[in-house]
Every structure is written in C-alpha cells, then in structure tokens.
Design a protein around this ligand. Structure first.
Ligand code: GDP
Length: 217
C-alpha cells in the first residue's frame, strides 16, 4: 500500500482574516476548497496540535491566551501515488477566554458566524477540548451552534498526558457514546497529547481519508 501522509513542513501561510467581507469573499472564490479547520477553547493546545500534525513552525503557540483573534489560512500538501495535492488549513481563533474584552468577543462572533455560514462541506472541522475538563459550558454552547451546520466534525480531547490514572481515561472513554448521540455532526472522537505526540497517528489517518474522499462533481 502506498503511504499517504501530510508533508510536514509543506505548510505555507497565505492569509489572515478578521472581517466578515474578507471571509465571504474567500468562500465565494474558493467554493470547492478541500481543507481542515481547527477550533477550541483558548489554551487548549490548538497551536501545539497543528504544529504536531503539520510541522513545527506552522502555528505560533501563544503565550497570551485569546490574543490571536484572526482566522489564519495556510496551504499544505499531501502526497498520494507520488502526486502532490494542495489543501487548506484554517486556524480559527479560540473561544471562551475570560480576558477577551467585549468588542473583541463581538468581532469573534461576527467573523466566526460568517465563516460557518459560508463554509463548504469539503471542510472538516476539528474541535479540541481539554481531556481534563471535557464539555465545558463554552464547548457545549459552541456545539449547539455548530450542530446546525452540515459539516463533519472530529472531536479531539487534548492533553491526555495530564490524565495519569487509567480510571480518569476510562471515564473519558465512557462519554464517547453520549457525545456521538448528542452531537450528530461529530463523526469521530480522538484522545491525544499534542505535546507528547501520543494518539496522533489515528487522527492524521482519519483526516487524510476525509481529504481524499471521492466527491460528487
Ligand atoms: P492554543 O491557545 O489552543 O493554541 O494553545 P497552545 O498550543 O498555545 O498551548 C497552550 C499551553 O498548553 C502551552 O503551554 C502548551 O505547552 C500546553 N499544551 C499543549 N498541548 C499539550 C499537551 O498535549 N499536554 C500538555 N501537558 N500540555 C500541552
């Protein structure tokens, strides 16, 4: 079987958007773009996971949570049958940080609203949660919002290394069926540690199968 993987280090930053018109323009001009978007509560380790998946220097790991309020768009490559193909990576601003002031939060809502209003079904949404604190109120609110959209979502619990005891991990595993039942858009759930690079290969494989899925024309 030929090997399919994300070409680590192939990622190129192309745009940063923070207003609604830019976002509608993007989707008007890229209606068939195939890609992956990452979103989660600030400080959940989104940048760390993006860097683990796409190569070390892709996303900045933030020292100030909630600071990056822009949608950062990158391209990346996959190699299949020795042919390189280009896809899009969307690094979405984090939600639910207490220090984000009111006007920033208003802009976040407008920008994210436009993004998910116009998003196509060829874009996979990867939502990160903290394995130690699953289903926080802001996560649930985000799910209620996203559940109305016709997109595939993978739920990824990060910082698994912080759950030291088997019992804690088993507890998290038990939540799986309920989450799948509650949120119809969630197609898959993964448990990873972006920092220790634990649990990442199955996620990468599932992402690749989404990207390579044959599409109707
Ligand atoms: P972002 O705000 O969601 O982009 O989060 P960052 O990637 O900047 O990470 C926030 C903090 O969590 C940093 O101090 C990271 O080192 C830490 N972190 C990220 N992933 C993991 C993980 O899997 N395990 C542990 N223990 N810490 C992590």
């Amino acid at each position: 079987m030929d090997k399919q993987e994300v070409n680590k280090g192939s990622t190129k930053f192309i745009r940063a958007f923070d207003n609604v018109d830019q976002i509608y323009d993007w989707w008007d001009n890229h209606p068939d773009a195939i890609g992956i978007a990452f979103v989660g509560r600030s400080n959940v380790g989104k940048s760390s996971l993006i860097n683990t998946l796409f190569g070390n220097k892709t996303a900045k790991t933030s020292k100030t949570p909630g600071r990056t309020q822009k949608i950062n768009i990158f391209t990346f490559e996959l190699t299949k049958d020795e042919e390189k193909k280009t896809y899009y990576l969307y690094d979405l601003p984090g939600y639910g940080h207490a220090q984000v002031n009111k006007s920033m939060s208003k802009n976040w809502k407008a920008v994210m609203g436009a993004f998910f209003e116009a998003i196509n079904s060829r874009t996979l949404l990867i939502n990160l949660q903290d394995a130690r604190h699953p289903n926080q109120k802001v996560d649930q609110q985000f799910y209620e919002y996203i559940n109305t959209k016709l997109i595939d979502v993978f739920l990824v619990f990060n910082k698994l290394d912080k759950l030291k005891r088997q019992k804690e991990r088993a507890h998290l595993n038990k939540l799986k069926p309920q989450i799948i039942k509650d949120f119809k858009t969630v197609k898959n759930i993964f448990f990873v540690s972006a920092e220790k690079k634990e649990g990442v290969p199955p996620l990468e494989l599932a992402m690749i199968s989404f990207l390579l899925k044959p599409r109707e024309i």
